[in-house]
Write a protein that binds this ligand. Sequence first.
Ligand SMILES: [Fe+2]
Length: 270
Amino acid sequence: MTTLLLQLSDLHLFAEPEAVLRGVPTRDSLAEVLEAVRGTGLDFGRVVVTGDFTHDERRETYQAAHGLLDEWIDRCHVLPGNHDDRVLLREVFGDRAGGTDQGICFSESVGGWRLIGVDTHIPGEVPGRVEPAMLDWLAGELDQHSSQPTILFQHHPPISVGSAWLDAIGLRDPGPFRELVIRSPQVRVVSCGHVHQESVGMLGQAAVLTVPSTGVQFTPLQDAPRVDTIPTGFRVFAFDEPAQGEDAGSVSWSSRVIRLPAVTFPALDE
Ligand SMILES: [Fe+2]
């Protein structure tokens, strides 16, 4: 059996439905992305949204996001980004934004894989951090499920994406997190948002992936922010169920970014 998973990220919605971010009406852009998701005809067993639901951190904006995701909500996990309010996200998304006192997180077994979501949000700040208590929780989950192939999801990438301005607002104090991933060979993927672009890197044995925003895209490999003219999109994972006794490091998986056919809302470089 193969499980399909959809990752969406960086919605940056506003309470005002027509509001734009760098020229892009983010609510309409998300609606287009969701229409493209439907258009794939794929049956996603899980949907993970890796943060930055809103650009204004208002309750009605979270409610709008919840409404747009309604048909997937029973299969959805949500994580906070730097542009989120953890309390509002929890109030509006309820048990879709579960976790511990330390943050919004999840750990569940789907199709023989372990899916883990990690909260990297620091209230009021742009960079992220896996706080010691969250790291302890993650270490416990990885220890308890060490034979299961594992995908981690979080907002902030734990390694450089090759853009100085983005690396400066990435994961603060990443050492302990990186060491934990490297010494946990069952971790096959760490998939993140935050950077509004597709990228691929490695952390030990794990692939580190990032995804486009459902709104504004940033051009890769830049020293300063530069808006990309590439269409928006989403990421799809397919992971095979492990055979009896199969090593977690050899179970096959694949992932690709699917972009819309064309740019509908040309973004402005401000
Ligand atoms: Fe973002």
